[in-house]
Write a protein that binds this ligand. Structure first.
Ligand code: FE2
Length: 225
């Protein structure tokens, strides 16, 4: 399994402050079955805007681990994303599109999401939209968006660790039933959240064992774009 969403690098954004906690997270993630973690520090958050060289330095300081590369989680601000010269995309498609992870404010409207995806595509980007259950839009909206634009969807595996009546968990279950999402990330910030990753993975195994898509790979970034 590969994790494409986390904030586990020390002293960068709202993740661990100490290297020791980062190393503990990496060790526990390998016990859970992960073979690679691609950290995604926040970018253009009002508080966080790390220099790529500093991020790479944090990775080197960990020594030889399953963290080898990184991308960013961009707070959606189209003009600012376009201005960047070093985007640190996850990958590039054959047609030259850069695949980057994007989040919105929790109160974003449908029109704004659609306009953003349109502008990103026009600017040469394919967004992987992070934790889409956060925005609580109806399933049809996401299906239509995918039909009209180049876009990938990610949910958080930790949402599946929530109580069964939780509205966001119900939404992720519907996404899974309709095969709307392409990837499940951990969005892990602290070692204390590892238990919810474990619980979410167990829920998935118990309820969606025969799921058609590989939700823990980065292959979809290359195959479907
Ligand atoms: Fe995140």
């Amino acid at each position: 399994m590969i994790d494409l969403h986390s904030h586990l690098l020390p002293g960068l954004d709202d993740g661990p402050e100490e290297v020791s906690e980062t190393l503990e997270i990496i060790k526990e993630m390998s016990f859970l079955g992960y073979i690679e973690i691609v950290p995604t520090p926040h970018k253009f958050h009002t508080l966080f805007n790390p220099d790529p060289n500093i991020v790479m330095g944090r990775i080197s300081a960990l020594g030889k681990t399953m963290v080898r590369r990184f991308s960013f989680e961009y707070m959606c601000n189209i003009p600012k994303i376009k201005e960047l010269s070093d985007h640190r995309e996850f990958s590039r498609t054959k047609n030259g599109y850069k695949i980057i992870m994007v989040e919105f404010s929790p109160f974003v409207g449908k029109k704004e999401i659609e306009n953003s995806v349109f502008s990103l595509n026009a600017g040469g980007f394919i967004p992987l939209l992070a934790h889409i259950e956060r925005y609580l839009k109806d399933d049809e909206f996401w299906l239509e968006l995918k039909k009209k634009y180049k876009v990938f969807f990610q949910s958080s595996v930790r949402t599946l660790a929530k109580a069964s009546f939780h509205i966001k968990k119900k939404q992720v279950i519907r996404f899974l039933e309709k095969e709307i999402i392409d990837n499940l990330g951990t969005d892990l910030h602290r070692a204390t959240q590892l238990e919810s990753v474990d619980k979410g993975l167990t829920f998935l195994k118990n309820n969606f064992a025969g799921y058609g898509k590989d939700l823990f790979s980065d292959k979809f970034l290359f195959e479907n774009s």
